[in-house]
Design a protein around this ligand. Sequence first.
Ligand SMILES: [Zn+2]
Length: 422
Amino acid sequence: MIDYAAILERAHKGEQELVDFLVDLLAIPSPSGKEGRVTERIAAEMRRLGFDEARIDGLGNVIGRIGNGPRLVAFDAHVDTVEAGDRTQWSFDPFQPRVSEGKVWGRGAADQKSGLASMVHAGRIIRELGLGRSFTLLFVGSVQEEDCEGMAWKYLVEEEKIRPELVVLTEPTSLAIYRGHRGRMEIEVEVRGRSCHASAPERGDNAAYKGARIALEIEKLNERLATDVFLGKGTVAVTEIASGSPSLCAVPDTTRLHLDRRLTAGETKTSAVAEVREAAGRAGIPEAEVIVPEYRVPSYTGKIVPYEKYFPTWVLEESSSWLKSAAAAYASLFGKEPKIDKWTFSTNGVGIMPVYGIPCLGFGPGHEPQAHAADEYCPVRHLPLAAAFYAALVAALSDKSAALSGKAAPMPAKDPASVGKG
Ligand SMILES: [Zn+2]
């Protein structure tokens, strides 16, 4: 029997220390590619709380471990944040966090240092109450998510050889359980023309006009894109147009369009690229080049993991046993049924579930609309509740595996029914 009341009580008892840790994290700026100081602080906290191990990997991710069991489950929290942006929109210094009106304020309070802090402090509850003994639990603070979600997990799976049965994403969900989101990708379209003196434009072939025709076809393409009941509509938008010419008195010879593409269920890189090619054809420019760009920015340790900017859609099926365990843990802990929903934004899940078939689910403190906003905050009350949920989930998964192994029918290592649709 799992003592859910003891988990909640332990979480509430640790609330002040959890808030203090979050305030410390918020006071250390950690934009993508500059996370070194914050990962050191996180590793120190893990050691203080009695984790069995806390280390920094080659890419700069911080990895805490509790337990040595045969089954591997991981929690993920990205440690980077976006920049503060226009300071005049903030009513306080975004890197001088404070606690007032029942909220913790600062850049990253919602996205997602609150989830990070709750996850680390859940480790203490798990350790002190002896939960999840059949597991090795990893608590990953991942880098560069804001720039290139999923990239850190490419490194963790392929270089660190970490292949959990389940990854729990701790991005903000307002304490609901999330089971997926739309994918996204970046697409570049390059068109060539022929330059000439702009005083006689008829001698040349203006690449700006060709790019403009393609842009208008992209606008029409957006109207045609599919909708999914759970994930919503796929979208495409031109986000930048740049033309090049020898001078401002010359007809441009190149134009480059940058597209933001959001992918709903069933849409893939292949289908999205083909649609853009078709749109270029409709514009009368079938020779336009369609490119998926690559991310190659070094981490703070100097490591480059080349990553195509394709972030596939993922959805954990409603029938997934992981989801059922999470919902049961929630109901037992909080005495009510959870809301099960999806993120609007994208998460590290794009580099885990659709790429490696490792199921993901999400639960986190803070509200998603606070992400990247000025005067960002997380409700204080969310913090111990999130920590309690993570501990309860581990207990529930462990309890289930114990019950099942008694009947010699262990839970499958992978849940094939739950692999992403994208
Ligand atoms: Zn985030």
